[in-house]
Design a protein around this ligand. Structure first.
Ligand code: NAP
Length: 258
């Protein structure tokens, strides 16, 4: 399917690896020029070089922590953008009783205030052009809370509330904002969480993965490439009537009717 976005320009945050990388790859495959970002310059440059070589699109790499104002200014200076994909690392696991105010502020900065600041920066340009697509990578934890990821549950719920209202305010200008909610995907983040379970329960990595995969009706972890393909569809011409949705990609793991 031609996604109808060839020649558009996208900012894909936190995209040297994992789900962000999957989104960058799928947009590049659709002919979209990219600004990619991640903290580690080496992995970022190598991801950018691979995507350039594979898809023949223009790719600019801006290394740095997207949760800081200075790096947000640096990536935004590469605009204007037709497409924005927000993403950053997730907060660490823990217990509700452990987290201090500073822990919450850090989680809000990473997973709520950063995507909001990026949207505030790019939406005026998209509205002026009469076309734009924003996809925020959030988490299944917005629909079905994960106890040990309370910082994520909290910050992402705040972002979801912002998107619910704002998406309806900009929809009439040809700009859509939607959220993609990953369940368990085979990325470094999932491996790090599995590693913590492995240590805590004295299991092997294979046992942890098999146990978690068994909780997913699809019987496996998701892949970054199928996640990216869904993101690219949300950014396509065909998704112009999808507004303010929270699209769950979890292999059926959340046992809900709606
Ligand atoms: P990942 O495999 O660890 O990849 C994260 C990517 O983001 C890397 O490119 C990393 O590069 C970059 N990054 C992290 N923090 C950054 C920052 N502050 N500024 C700029 N770049 C940053 O993670 P993932 O699995 O793709 O997860 C992406 C998001 O989805 C996370 O918020 C995660 O919590 C959420 N999520 C993931 C899953 C899952 O199963 N994978 C499930 C639910 C939710 P550098 O380290 O070099 O910066």
């Amino acid at each position: 399917m031609d996604l109808g976005i060839r020649g558009k320009r996208a900012l894909v945050c936190a995209s040297s690896k994992g789900l962000g990388r999957g989104c960058a790859e799928a947009l590049a495959e659709a002919g979209v020029d990219l600004v990619m970002n991640a903290r580690g310059a080496e992995a970022l440059e190598s991801a950018a070089a691979e995507i350039r070589a594979r898809h023949g699109v223009k790719v600019t790499a801006v290394a740095g922590d997207i949760t800081t104002e200075v790096v947000r200014a640096a990536v935004l200076a590469e605009g204007p953008f037709d497409i924005l994909v927000t993403n950053a690392g997730g907060p660490p696991p823990g217990m509700w009783s452990d987290w201090s105010r500073d822990d919450f502020i850090k989680a809000f900065d990473g997973n709520m205030l950063t995507p909001i600041a990026l949207m505030q920066a790019v939406l005026p340009g998209m509205i002026a052009k009469g076309w734009g697509r924003v996809v925020n990578i959030t988490s299944v934890s917005v629909k079905a809370p994960i106890g040990v990821l309370g910082l994520s549950n909290t910050a992402r719920a705040g972002l979801t509330g912002f998107v619910a209202g704002t998406s309806r305010q900009v929809a009439g200008k040809g700009v859509t904002i939607n959220n993609l909610l990953p369940g368990i995907h085979a990325t470094d983040r999932a491996i790090a969480l599995d590693g913590a379970v492995m240590k805590a329960r004295g299991m092997s990595m294979e046992e942890v993965i098999a146990e978690r995969a068994a909780t997913i009706p699809a019987g496996r972890y998701g892949t970054a490439s199928e996640f990216g393909a869904t993101c690219a569809f949300l950014c396509s011409q065909h998704a112009g009537f999808m507004v303010g949705q929270n699209v769950l990609l979890d292999g059926g793991a959340s046992n809900t009717t709606l």
